[in-house]
Design a protein around this ligand. Structure first.
Ligand code: TZP
Ligand code: MG
Length: 230
């Protein structure tokens, strides 16, 4: 059994100058956790294995110190090297079955799903959670396959709720353009009677925020409190 995870405020990192700027990634992650981030994914599309392992080790030490799990984007080798909580893989990365064979039953494997078909396949392959997106177009990730909007997101959640127990039980977060102004609407409008999001995955609204800790605190509070129109 993979470890129990609080997916509610899920920070996905970015090391590009456009998002991180001159700031230190470890400092950003540590501030975000102090503000209430519950799960961290180290996502770096350019670092070579050596540099990625170096950074991942530092992030693991910060995350572990606060009891927050660390996942690695794409790179099963890096996750294995540092023995962190697991990985997040996309449709073009290693397949889930192979990743599971390498990582074993106790690690978390998250999979990006942009359609009902991809969501179904990830569930069948034994993913622990789905990262559903892209919800809104975002400069953080260009060339995204499909922009789902909140209705597309809701369609996937609704479909999962009508399938097998595995589909109903799989954890779900959404990603893409989520910020303090739209978060409550995304949670509220994607909500189906029997399946709701377990969390929100966010890059720029945390990493590029002027005050990372304050912004994380605000996001966490918005997730917890009912929206004003209820
Ligand atoms: N996958 C789909 S959108 C995205 C990823 C990694 C980036 C989301 O970034 P932001 O800044 O939260 O919109
Ligand atoms: Mg990937």
């Amino acid at each position: 059994m993979a470890l129990t995870v609080d997916y509610s405020l899920y920070l996905v990192t970015d090391s590009t100058a456009a998002i991180l700027g001159q700031r230190d990634l470890c400092h950003v992650v540590s501030e975000s956790i102090l503000g209430g981030v519950t799960l961290v994914q180290y996502r770096d599309k350019t670092a070579d294995s050596g540099a990625a392992i170096e950074t991942a080790k530092k992030l693991l030490s910060i995350c572990s110190g606060h009891g927050v799990p660390l996942l690695i984007n794409d790179r099963i080798d890096v996750a294995l090297a540092i023995d962190c909580a697991g990985v997040h893989i996309g449709q073009d990365d290693m397949d889930v079955t192979t990743a599971r064979r390498l990582l074993g039953p106790n690690k978390i494997i998250g999979v990006t799903a942009s359609s009902i078909e991809e969501a179904d396949k990830a569930v069948r392959d034994g993913a622990d959670y789905l990262g559903i997106g892209t919800v809104f177009a975002t400069p953080t990730k260009e060339n995204t396959k499909s922009i789902l909007g909140v209705h597309g997101l809701r369609d996937i959640l609704s479909h999962l709720s009508e399938q097998s127990k595995e589909h109903q039980d799989i954890k779900t977060v959404c990603i893409g353009g989520i910020n303090a102004s739209n978060l409550q609407r995304v949670l509220y409008q994607s909500h189906t009677p029997s399946k709701q999001l377990d969390g929100l995955a966010i890059v720029s609204a945390i990493v590029a925020a002027p005050d990372v800790q304050e912004s994380s605190k605000h996001l966490r509070q918005l997730i917890r409190e009912p929206p004003p129109w209820i």
